[in-house]
Design a protein around this ligand. Structure first.
Ligand code: ARG
Length: 458
């Protein structure tokens, strides 16, 4: 009845389905740290003797040294990292190892370890994002004057500067970092001492373990502490948002690197060749960043669905919280590093971008704005007159500023020669000097502020 490959029947199935050691061994450093904090507190509170506390602490250090040297052994009978460590501790120091688990359960243990792991990951993610911001700000500073077409609907809309475009991503990443910071503040409470679900009768000192592990305070409700995983979801939601932003930047590079655009030459180090087409240089890294966003969002969805409808307190379903978080964290770290390299090492083909900005009547709005400012024409009417000018230029296959003054005056007599000064792409970007606009001076001031925020010298 129980399927051929399980020679030993149900017990073998049970061992395999129950074991989390294949993945939760990634928590070993956090597990050792939390156990050391716990036993130090048990000693200080006289719940175990000072001698035993010392023996256990030294034993934990010995186990950690073994893990560091040889890796964590995977024995399904020991289920998870907590039992694996305690089992090895008992082999090394004997029955006194059994005192470590006083006033503690694997339920508060895993909640504590996992919070510590997610907290570290938040800090690493933040550092990665800061490096990406630096790369963006430096390129934006180099290209505050580089003119490119700005798009809406991926149709040429108005000229913008490349610096302005890159600084848009700087802003997205700035908000992403603040999301991570919010998540970190909220999650930084210690579940340790919540025990299985109800707390413990031992005279423990939760403030001590909380402080020892760098938490701001102990969690206030033991049922909540062992059964919620919103700290992991906060991280995954922030990670999903970050991956969305990275996927958009990646998509820009993919489009810009294509031959019809030719706006950017990506570094060889982040591209691959084709095995059959010798001329190809493929933006694989960017495509994978775009693809990884799907898996990161999938990880977030996976944990949300795991948690949905679970009654309080701990249920074993929650063991499945870790793989999606681990997967998302490693995909995200790679994606951030790839995009940082792409931004830093790409060569932007500014001539080609400027040329593209000249096409597509990108300065049509400037003509309309000129009619409003200089000829006192209501904007809607100016829009109409400009439409007629674009139509004429299009039918002649010329740019707006290649129409003669006679041709323009035939459309509306209020146009005069001064209009040509408004029709160049340089004039167009320079005019957009409103706060946050694309004018090179605006971009330079955005870049200066960002450099100050990131402590970039010079
Ligand atoms: N390996 C378990 C997990 O990751 C640890 C907690 C087990 N607790 C229990 N009561 N079975 O969720």
């Amino acid at each position: 009845m129980w399927g051929g490959r399980f020679a030993e029947g149900p017990s073998a199935i049970m061992r395999e389905i129950n074991a989390s050691i294949p993945f939760d061994k990634a928590l070993w450093r956090q597990d050792i740290a939390a156990s050391k904090a716990h036993v130090a507190m048990l000693g200080a509170q006289n719940i175990v003797s000072a001698d035993d506390a010392k023996t256990i602490t030294d034993g934990l250090d010995a186990v950690a040294a073994e893990y560091e040297r040889d890796g964590v052994p995977e024995d399904w009978d020991l289920e998870d990292i907590h039992m694996t460590t305690e089992g090895r501790l008992a082999e090394l120091i004997g029955p006194v190892a059994g005192r470590l688990h006083t006033a503690r359960s694997r339920n508060d243990q895993v909640a504590t370890d996992f919070r510590l792991w997610v907290r570290e990951t938040i800090d690493q993610t933040d550092a990665g994002l800061e490096a990406l911001q630096r790369a963006l700000v430096i390129q934006a500073g180099n290209h505050a004057d580089s003119i490119m077409p700005g798009f809406t609907h991926l149709q040429t809309a108005q000229p913008v500067t490349l610096g302005h475009h890159l600084m848009a991503y700087y802003e997205m990443i700035r908000r992403d970092r603040s999301r991570l910071a919010d998540a970190r503040v909220r999650m930084n409470e210690s579940p340790l001492g919540s025990a299985a679900l109800a707390g413990t009768g031992f005279p423990i000192d939760r403030d001590a373990t909380s402080a020892a592990l760098g938490f701001d305070r102990p969690t206030a409700n033991s049922l909540d502490a062992v059964s919620d995983r919103d700290f992991a979801l906060d991280y995954l939601m922030a990670a999903s948002q970050i991956s969305l932003h990275l996927s958009r930047l990646a998509e820009e590079f993919i489009i810009w690197a294509s031959q019809p655009f030719g706006f950017v030459r990506m570094a060889d180090s982040l591209s691959t060749g084709s095995s059959i087409m010798p001329q190809k240089k493929n933006p694989d890294a960017a495509e994978l960043v775009r693809g990884h966003a799907g898996r990161i969002i999938g990880a977030c969805t996976s944990l949300m669905i795991t948690m949905k409808g679970l009654p309080l307190a701990y249920s074993k379903d929650m063991q499945d919280d870790k793989p999606p978080v681990f997967e998302a964290a490693s995909l995200l770290a790679l994606s951030i590093a790839a995009m940082t390299g792409m931004v830093a090492d790409s060569t932007f083909k500014t001539d080609r971008m400027r040329q593209a900005a000249e096409l597509g009547y990108a300065t049509a709005t400037d003509l309309a704005d000129w009619l409003v400012t200089e000829a006192d024409i209501p904007f809607r009417e100016a829009h109409h007159i400009t439409g007629a000018a674009v139509k004429l230029a299009e039918s002649k296959g010329v740019a707006l500023d290649e129409l003669s003054i006679e041709e323009l005056q035939a459309i509306d007599s209020r146009v005069d020669k001064r209009v040509y000064s408004a029709l160049s792409v340089e004039a167009s970007v320079a005019a957009r000097a409103s706060y946050g606009g694309t004018a090179p001076d605006q971009v330079r001031s955005q870049v200066a502020q960002a450099r100050a925020a990131l402590d970039i010298e010079g």
